[in-house]
Write a protein of this length. Structure first.
Lengths: 221, 282
């Protein structure tokens, strides 16, 4: 096979993207743990770690630009690079949402617990699985898998509705809960955004394999 | 996925721009060849002037620039090929492993055996494939196993599998790309430290070109390679470092920029380099 250097660089940049995706998935997981366990130390760590995610993104972007400038990628090679460039932006923003949850976890740790967390961790579980599966669909170049992953956004949206309704009830019944309930709505909102961005990655998988941009599962939020 | 942003906390932090890793030109120790204040003439015409350049060891250095900017002249000065043209002369120094190859008493033939060259047009001798590779070894009085040395060189030049069954065949019957790899095998048979390549792919089709480029990558693990190319994309693809030459008003070539290839092609320091690689001049 010719063009071994290009192949190697393409492989490396995709591996870097997978590493970044795992950094973000772990940040989301830990942010929910920090929330549930009222672990301020862990939350602070997530906020600090977000810097590393951002650095990773710019590192990958740099390498992509270098490949475009020096290797003249064409066709599927070019689509791979462009997809990576878009996906790392989504990943970085997902990292920001995890950081947002960590900040809210710090605020909430100072307040008495409002209620046991059930639906928010479920939302997180689905969103994180969507992220990991979207990246796996990318690795496998599997548009069918990508479409299935993006359909799971409905589940996250439904959970978000549920969380919102429940928190609204708390606020109506007892205005002293408004502050905490609002913060928890924001947590849920961050998770909803994460799932949405996972569907963006799915769109890139379809683009990568089929060469066309197709909007998938438009979120109601 | 366009959706309305619901109200929520600002979750963004200022994003620092990560500095590129510090990349720098090679130091004196890393340079296998160091060019100092080099000028070269053809009779009264000065083709290159005032070149300072360090060629890093076991790396691929590309020399690019518009036609007439002195790329070929410069590379020919690196192994004393330039002086083979009648009326040609050189000023300045070319230090190879710290020794000036233009110092009195230096044998140019010895220089050329340690700094080999591959030319634009494949130029195999009208002899067998085997003899082409063995030639340099024979005239250097090689005492080892000739067959083994030939095989080793052909393998290193990624040609062995294609010619192992026809080593006695006339080299001129090979394809252009194969002939060029044979010339590379011939050049590396005598175990040089540096291989100079003067537009080695300009007579080849795109696939043969990519094969030579892959081969250069492999060879750079053992040899220092300097390649002159009019094909900017090739320089970008294959090299670690890039030197950019331009022509001044007297039509003498001079060095505009030298640096890591990724820097030269993504963020050149000199506006003339920018203009050249973006196709604005040249």
């Amino acid at each position: 096979m010719t063009r071994t250097l290009l192949q190697q660089e393409l492989t490396e940049v995709q591996e870097e993207m997978m590493v970044m995706a795992e950094m973000v998935a772990s940040a989301i997981e830990r942010s929910i743990r920090a929330l549930k366990e009222r672990d301020v130390e862990l939350a602070r760590q997530i906020i600090a770690d977000d810097m590393k995610v951002n650095e990773k993104r710019y590192g990958i972007e740099d390498r992509c630009l270098e490949i475009i400038a020096t290797q003249q990628p064409m066709a599927s090679d070019l689509r791979t690079i462009i997809s990576v460039l878009y996906i790392i932006v989504d990943l970085e923003r997902m990292g920001d949402h995890a950081e947002g949850i960590a900040k809210l976890a710090i605020l909430l740790a100072d307040e008495p617990p409002l209620k046991p967390y059930i639906d928010i961790p479920r939302m997180a579980q689905v969103a994180i699985a969507m992220l990991r599966d979207a990246v796996e669909a990318f690795r496998r170049r599997d548009p069918q898998m990508a479409r299935e992953v993006s359909n799971r956004d409905d589940e996250v949206d439904a959970l978000y509705d549920q969380v919102y309704r429940e928190l609204l009830t708390f606020m109506l019944q007892d205005p002293r809960t408004i502050q905490r309930a609002t913060w928890l709505t924001w947590v849920a909102h961050n998770l909803e955004r994460i799932a949405d961005r996972a569907t963006n990655i799915c769109e890139r998988v379809v683009y990568l394999v089929e060469g066309r941009i197709q909007e998938m599962n438009v979120s109601k939020y | 996925m366009v959706s309305q942003e619901a109200p929520g906390p600002s979750v963004q932090v200022p994003v620092p721009r990560v500095e590129r890793e510090a990349l720098r030109p090679p130091s004196e120790e890393e340079a296998v060849i160091e060019v100092r204040g080099l000028s070269a003439w053809y009779g009264p015409f000065r083709a290159v002037k005032g070149i300072d350049l360090r060629v890093p060891r076991r790396r691929i250095t590309a020399i690019i620039g518009p036609s007439g900017s002195g790329k070929s002249t410069l590379i020919r000065c690196l192994n004393r090929m330039h002086e083979l043209v009648p009326g040609a002369r050189v000023e300045g120094q070319v230090l190879f492993e710290g020794q000036d190859i233009y110092a009195p008493g230096v044998d140019p033939v010895e220089v050329r055996s340690r700094i080999g060259m591959v030319f634009q047009k494949p130029n195999p001798f009208p002899k067998s494939i085997f003899e082409n590779v063995a030639f340099g070894l024979r005239i250097n009085g090689y005492r080892g196993n000739l067959r083994e040395a030939v095989e080793r060189s052909l393998r290193a030049a990624a040609l062995w599998d294609e010619v192992r069954d026809k080593l006695g065949q006339n080299a001129l019957r090979l394809s252009g790309g194969q002939q060029q790899r044979l010339c590379i095998a011939r050049a590396i048979a005598v175990e040089p430290e540096v291989v100079l390549m003067d537009e080695p792919c300009s007579a080849l089709d795109p696939i043969a070109t990519l094969k030579i480029e892959d081969l250069m990558r492999e060879l750079s693990e053992r040899y220092t390679i300097v390649i002159v190319t009019h094909n900017m994309q090739q320089a970008a693809r294959v090299s670690d470092y890039t030197a950019v030459l331009m022509m001044d008003e007297d039509r003498a070539g001079y060095l505009v920029e030298f640096g890591p290839t990724r820097e030269v092609f993504t963020n050149p320091r000199d506006p003339r380099t920018e203009a050249y690689i973006t196709g604005r001049i040249g």
